[in-house]
Design a protein around this ligand. Sequence first.
Ligand code: SF4
Length: 298
Amino acid sequence: MIQDSVLGPHQEILTARATDKKILDKSQDGGIVTALLVYALEKNIIDGTVVAGPGKEPWKPEPMVATTKKDILKSAGTKYTMCPNVALIKEATRGYGLEKIGTVGTPCQVMGIRKMQTYPLGARHVTDKIALVLGIYCMENFPYDSLKTFIQDKAGTTPDKVTKMDISKGKLFIRTADDETAIPIKQTHGYEQSGCQYCLDYVAELSDVSCGSVGAKPGWSTIIKRTDKGASLIDSAIEDGVLEVTETNEGKFGLEMLRKLSKNKKTQRQKNIDKKLDMGLQIPFTHSKFKEDILENR
Ligand code: SF4
C-alpha cells in the first residue's frame, strides 16, 4: 500500500476505459463506474447497487436500487448535482433484501458510508452488507437551483434540452443537440453547495476504487486502486476484457495534474476550515479523527 498524503492510500494508478460500446455511449469519459458495477453484478460480487437514477426533473437525479444491467445503465453519466445515494442503503437491505450492496458516491458520500461502517449506530445489519464502494473525483457540487441557473441564464436553454454536461479544462460545458456553451469554472464559484468549501477530499480517498477523467486523455479515466477488494475487482475486469488499459500519462496533463488539483483543494479548503475554527465554529465532517479510525478499521 502506498501512503500518499495527496491522493490517499492506494495500491496502483492506471488509465482505462470500458470496452462495452453501449456503456461508453451512455457514460461520462471511460465508463468505468458503470462497467464495474455491471461486472460486479454479473460476477455475483454484489447483488444490487444504489446509484443516481433518473429523477422527475431532467438533470436532477434520485437514488435508486439497480439489480440489472439495464437499470445500472439508466444511471450512467455525471449529473453535477447531489443525489443522496447513502440514504437508500438501509432500504436496499430492508426493502429489497440485498445481501451484497454496491454503491458509488462523491468523496463526502464515501466518507459517510465509511463512518457508518466504523460506527454502525442505527445501521446494524446494514453496514456488513456493503460489498463495494466506488468513488468519483469531486471538486465541488451544485444545488439543483444553481444548475438551472447555469442552464437557463448562462447557456440560454432549458434542462430538458441538455444532452450532456461535462467539466474539463477549467470549464463547465453544457451541450444540447445543436449547441455547446462553455462556462469558465471561475464563474461558477459561489454557486456550489456551502459544505464543499470545507471538503478536503478530491479523489474519494476512502473508496475501494476511485476514478475520474482528470489525468487521462479524452474518453479514458484515471483509476486509483485502493483496497484489496478494489484492486482485485479491477484486475479481474481487465483480465476478462471488461476494461482496457492504456499508458498512464505521468506528466503535466496526466498524474501531475491530478496531484495538483487534489493538493490545491486540500490547501484552499484547509484555509476555509481554519478560518471557521478561529471563529469558534465546528467543521465536524472533516474531522481527521474519523479518517484515522476508518483507515484503522478497514
Ligand atoms: S466537494 Fe466535497 S462536500 Fe462537495 S460534493 Fe464534492 S465531495 Fe461532497
